[in-house]
Write a protein that binds this ligand. Structure first.
Ligand SMILES: Cc1cc2nc3c(=O)[nH]c(=O)nc-3n(C[C@H](O)[C@H](O)[C@H](O)COP(=O)(O)O)c2cc1C
Length: 198
C-alpha cells in the first residue's frame, strides 16, 4: 500500500467514486468518501445540489480518518463532480475546513458535458495554502477519458516517485449509484477498490 498518497472524494451518483477507485487502484493508495449527511437523491436532491453549489453553501463534513495527518502525505488527490459550473458543495465544505492542512494537492473533476471547467480548479485553490500541482477534467464515458486519466496518473507517479499498477477493469472497481447514495447517510467511508465489487 502506498502511504504517501491519499484520495478523498465526494460523489453523488457514483461516477467520481468510480474514477477515484481506478486512480487509487493504479496508485495503490486508499480512497475516502466524504459526506455532509444531506440526502441528495431524486429531483429535490438534484435541486438542492445545484442551489448549494450556486450559493456556495456548505455544511459540516464527516471527519476523514486517515492513518496519517493529511499534511504528512506527499500528495492528496481530491475528486468532485462539477455542479452548476462549480465544485460540489460537499468538496467545498471539506476544502473550507481542511484545505489549510493539505500538502501538495491534485484535482480530479468529473462532469456531464464536454466543457473542461478549468475555472473549477482555481475556485478550489482559494482554500489551499499553495496552488494545486496536478489536475484532470474528465467526462466519464467519453473518448478521451482513459487517455487523460492515465496522463494524470503518470504525473502523480512522477511527482511522488511511485510505480503505477495496471488500472483494473471497470467491473472490478464498479459500484452502483445506489451504493453511492447510501454512503451519503453514513460516516466517511474508506473505500478499498476491491471491496466495492462485493
Ligand atoms: C446539481 C448538478 C449540477 C450539475 N451541473 C453540471 C454542470 O454545470 N456541467 C456539467 O457538465 N455537468 C453537470 N452535472 C453533471 C455531473 O457533474 C456529472 O454527471 C458528474 O460526473 C456526476 O458525478 P457523481 O456521479 O460522482 O456525482 C451536474 C450534476 C448535478 C447533480
Amino acid at each position: 500500500m502506498n502511504n504517501d498518497i491519499v484520495c478523498i472524494c465526494y460523489s453523488r451518483s457514483g461516477k467520481t467514486r468510480q474514477t477515484m477507485a481506478e486512480i487509487a487502484a493504479a496508485l495503490d493508495c486508499e480512497v475516502y468518501a466524504l459526506t455532509d449527511g444531506v440526502r441528495r437523491c431524486g429531483v429535490m436532491g438534484w435541486l438542492r445540489c445545484g442551489l448549494d453549489a450556486m450559493r456556495k453553501k456548505t455544511r459540516a463534513i464527516s471527519r476523514v480518518e486517515t492513518p496519517r495527518p493529511l499534511w504528512e502525505y506527499k500528495l492528496v488527490i481530491l475528486g468532485t463532480p462539477v455542479w452548476a459550473g462549480r465544485c460540489s458543495s460537499v468538496m467545498r465544505g471539506f476544502l473550507k475546513r481542511r484545505g489549510y492542512e493539505l500538502p501538495d494537492v491534485a484535482y480530479v473533476i468529473t462532469h456531464g458535458s464536454d466543457e473542461p471547467y478549468r475555472e473549477v480548479f482555481e475556485q478550489m485553490d482559494l482554500y489551499l495554502q499553495e496552488p494545486h500541482v496536478a489536475e484532470v477534467s474528465l467526462r466519464p464515458g467519453s473518448t478521451g477519458y482513459i487517455f487523460w486519466r492515465d496522463q494524470f496518473l503518470m504525473t502523480c507517479a512522477e511527482r511522488t516517485g511511485c510505480e503505477l499498477l495496471p488500472v483494473p477493469e471497470e467491473s472490478e472497481t464498479a459500484e452502483t449509484a445506489e451504493t453511492a447514495e447510501t454512503a451519503e447517510t453514513a460516516e466517511t467511508t474508506r473505500i478499498a477498490p476491491n471491496e466495492e465489487t462485493e
